[in-house]
Design a protein around this ligand. Structure first.
Ligand code: C2O
Length: 389
C-alpha cells in the first residue's frame, strides 16, 4: 500500500507528528523513510487482563480515568496524546490517505475489508499501552464495553457521568442524549422505542418486553459470531482490492464489523453525515438531522470523529474480544494468505520518546503475543451462544 499524499500538509519530523492545529491535526502517514523498529512480541509476558467496564472496582475505575486524563493532558503534537490518537483513526478512514493517482486515487480505509480486525487490534493495543505507561502500570488493561452480556447492554455509567466540574475524562457530550440509560439495540433494524435499562432484569423476568429486547440483542450476536460469521471471509471481511475500493464497500465488510460494531457506533452517536453536510471541522462538526435541524451531537456515529469519544476504545476492546472469542472459544481460523499475514502498519509507541513500531498482522493473531488477554470468566457461559433461531 502506498500512501503518498498528505492533503493537510502536516509532517512527520524526527518521529514526532507536528500538528498545525490541535483540533484539525491529521497525522500524516509516517513517511517511508521514518525510522521504525519491528515489533517484537511479548510471548511469555501476559500482564494485562481486560475486564468488562461495568464490573470494574472503584479503584480500577479511577485508574482508567487517571490514565485517560494524563493522555488528554499530553500536548496534541505528541502522537500518543488523546487528540493525536483520535486523529490517527480519522486519518485512516476519512479520506486523508489516498492511493497514488496512477492507481485509483481512491481513499485508503482501514474499514470495509479484512484489514478491519487486525488494524483496530493494533491501534487499541498501542492506546492501552500508552495509558499503562502514563500511570506507570504495565498491568493496566483496557476495560471493554460488554454489550453482548445483558448486564452490559447500556452505555456504561463511567462514561456518562460528567463528574464534578466536568472532570470525568471519559465523558463526552457528543452523544445521543436519548440513548443514555437505555437498553441498547444491537440490531440496527430494530424500530421499537428504546426502553430504560434495567440491571436487575434477571430477577424481575416479568418484564416480557424487556426480555424480548435482550433476546433480540443476543440473537444479533449469535448471527454475527455463529450463523453468519462462519468463515474468515464472512466474519473478518473481504480481501482488500484497490480496484474495488471505489465501489460500494459495505458488502465487503465481515459480520464482526457490520453488525453489533456499527450498530453501537450509531447508537452512541447518531448515524453519520449525509452527503454534502458540513462535518469534521472542529466546532462545526455535525450534520442535518432527518428533520433538517443542524445537529452537533455526534462523535461515535461518524468514523471520522469516532475516536474523539473515549468510549470508542472500550467499544473496540469488545469488538476485539469478539474476534478473540471467535478464534479461541469458537475455534475458527483466520486467513491463510500471506498477503494478509504479512501486511503491516506502523504505530507510535512510547509517549515520552515516540518511536514508530512496525507490526504485521501475523504478530497480532494471538492476543498473548501482545501481552494481553480477556478475563476467562467472560468466556464461560456466553449468553448468545444458546440463541437458536
Ligand atoms: Cu475504525 Cu469502530 O471503527
Amino acid at each position: 500500500t502506498t500512501m503518498d499524499s498528505c492533503p493537510r500538509g502536516d509532517k512527520v519530523n524526527d518521529k514526532v507528528v507536528e500538528c498545525t492545529d490541535p483540533n484539525k491535526g491529521f497525522p500524516c502517514p509516517p513517511s517511508p523513510s521514518s525510522p521504525t523498529v519491528d515489533f517484537s512480541g511479548h510471548v511469555t509476558r501476559v500482564t494485562r487482563v481486560r475486564r468488562p467496564v461495568h464490573l470494574l472496582s472503584l479503584e480500577y475505575q479511577e485508574k482508567y480515568k487517571e490514565a485517560v486524563r494524563k493522555m488528554k493532558a499530553l500536548p496534541s503534537c505528541n502522537p500518543l496524546s488523546f487528540t493525536a490518537q483520535a486523529a490517527i483513526h480519522q486519518a485512516y478512514c476519512d479520506g486523508h490517505y489516498r492511493y497514488s493517482p496512477e492507481k485509483t486515487n481512491a481513499p485508503f480505509d482501514v474499514h470495509n475489508s479484512w484489514i478491519f480486525a487486525p488494524w483496530h487490534r493494533m491501534y487499541i493495543y498501542f492506546y492501552e499501552k500508552a495509558l499503562g505507561d502514563l500511570i506507570g502500570d504495565d498491568t493496566f488493561a483496557l476495560p471493554y464495553w460488554n454489550w453482548d452480556s445483558p448486564a452490559g447492554m447500556t452505555i456504561p455509567a463511567i462514561f456518562t457521568n460528567p463528574g464534578e466540574d466536568n472532570t470525568n475524562p471519559l465523558y463526552d457530550r457528543e452523544r445521543n442524549q436519548d440513548h443514555l440509560n437505555k437498553l441498547v439495540q444491537l440490531d440496527r433494524n430494530d424500530q421499537s422505542d428504546p426502553i430504560p435499562f434495567n440491571n436487575n432484569s434477571k430477577s424481575s423476568s416479568n418484564d416480557a418486553k424487556y426480555e424480548a429486547e435482550v433476546f433480540r440483542n443476543l440473537c444479533l450476536v449469535y448471527q454475527q459470531q455463529i450463523r453468519l460469521g462462519k468463515d474468515a471471509r464472512a466474519f473478518l471481511g473481504e480481501k482488500l482490492c484497490v480496484e474495488k475500493v471505489v465501489q460500494d464497500t459495505t458488502n465487503s465488510q465481515g459480520t464482526l464489523e457490520s453488525l453489533a460494531h456499527t450498530a453501537m457506533h450509531i447508537w452512541t452517536g447518531r448515524s453519520g453525515p449525509p452527503p454534502g453536510a458540513a462535518c469534521c471541522s472542529g466546532d462545526n462538526d455535525g450534520f442535518l438531522d432527518h428533520a433538517g435541524a443542524f445537529s452537533c451531537k455526534n462523535d461515535m456515529g461518524f468514523l471520522g470523529t469516532a475516536g474523539r469519544d473515549p468510549i470508542f476504545y472500550s467499544h473496540h476492546a469488545n469488538v476485539d474480544r469478539m474476534w478473540h472469542i471467535w478464534s479461541t472459544v469458537q475455534g475458527n481460523k483466520g486467513f491463510d494468505d500471506d498477503t494478509w499475514l504479512d501486511a503491516s502498519f506502523d504505530f507510535y509507541d512510547n509517549y515520552d520518546k515516540p518511536q514508530l513500531v512496525r507490526v504485521k498482522f501475523r504478530d497480532v493473531l494471538d492476543t498473548r503475543n501482545l501481552g494481553y488477554t480477556y478475563d476467562a470468566e467472560s468466556e464461560k457461559d456466553l449468553p448468545w451462544m444458546k440463541c437458536e433461531l
